[in-house]
Design a protein. Structure first.
Length: 270
């Protein structure tokens, strides 16, 4: 049985994993959490598979050794689709990954046409091909890469406006792929295959319209973590949850309000 003060380690390339943290808080409100943002490595989506696998496994190995978490969650679709198996080999604790929410999207689509927006690295993975084959083999899954949305989400959480052209570009590319754009074969479900993208849900919903349902995996990930930790006790030592970044601490500038609202202390360096 884990030490009651042993934390859950949430890891992401940036602040996207805070969408998973928000969902986790609803099911495990008392669990101590260390959130690790690899800002020095951001963005992951433009890196090679080898670079991502080595970086993620190396960082999580060192972090687990330092903090002795009871469970680690890779709150990043790109890192999970590439490095999840390697990280599980390295760590001796449960490791929960984040994969595109194709299964729930396939369950709710009415037209059978699903849009998926992710990073360049995520959408080309065999892991995603396998998810499509298993859960959406009889559906039409249209994938687009939108690396600019990662930085837009990072900036939005720091108070900056979102460039409407970035959102419009995603909409227009998917609409072109869908063809008619209306009727029985139109996109009615959009998978947000990056934990950063729910931070832009308001802008994406406005662009795609109320007929398109946005689907992400945060709630399902939180439920999986809660299931794996069922029966364990949690004790907070009175201090806030910790938010840790790689690279210069200045990389966390502008996040103060978002972190305070979620019960984190000031950003720390790793």
């Amino acid at each position: 049985m884990a030490d009651p003060v042993a934390p859950i380690l949430l890891f992401d390339s940036g602040v996207g994993g805070l969408t998973v943290y928000d969902a986790l808080r609803k099911v495990l409100p008392d669990a101590p959490v260390i959130y690790a943002a690899d800002l020095a490595g951001l963005p992951y989506g433009t890196k090679t598979e080898a670079q991502i696998a080595a970086r993620v496994a190396g960082l999580l190995g060192r972090m687990a050794e330092r903090w002795q978490p009871r469970l680690a969650c890779i709150a990043c679709n790109t890192a999970s689709t590439i490095a999840l198996g390697m990280v599980r080999d390295v760590l001796e604790i449960p490791v929960v990954g984040t994969v595109p929410a194709i299964k729930p999207a396939a369950a709710v689509t009415r037209t059978g046409t699903i849009g998926l927006v992710g990073t360049e690295a995520t959408i080309r993975q065999r892991y995603v091909d396998d998810l499509e084959t298993e859960f959406a083999g009889d559906k039409r899954l249209l994938r687009v890469a939108a690396p600019g949305l990662v930085q837009a989400a990072e900036a939005k959480l720091r108070g900056a406006p979102v460039d409407p052209a970035l959102i419009a570009d995603v909409h227009d590319r998917l609409a072109a792929m869908a063809g008619s754009g209306a009727g029985d074969d139109s996109i009615d479900t959009l998978v947000l295959a990056c934990t950063h993208f729910p931070l832009l849900a308001e802008e994406l919903a406005a662009a795609f319209g109320e007929s398109v349902q946005l689907v992400d995996g945060a709630a399902g990930i939180a439920r999986r973590i809660a299931h794996l930790l069922e029966g364990q006790s949690f004790a907070r030592d009175g201090s806030p949850n910790r938010f840790v970044v790689t690279g210069p601490l200045a990389g966390a500038n502008g996040l103060e309000a978002a972190l305070a609202a979620r019960g984190f202390g000031s950003a720390e360096g790793f």
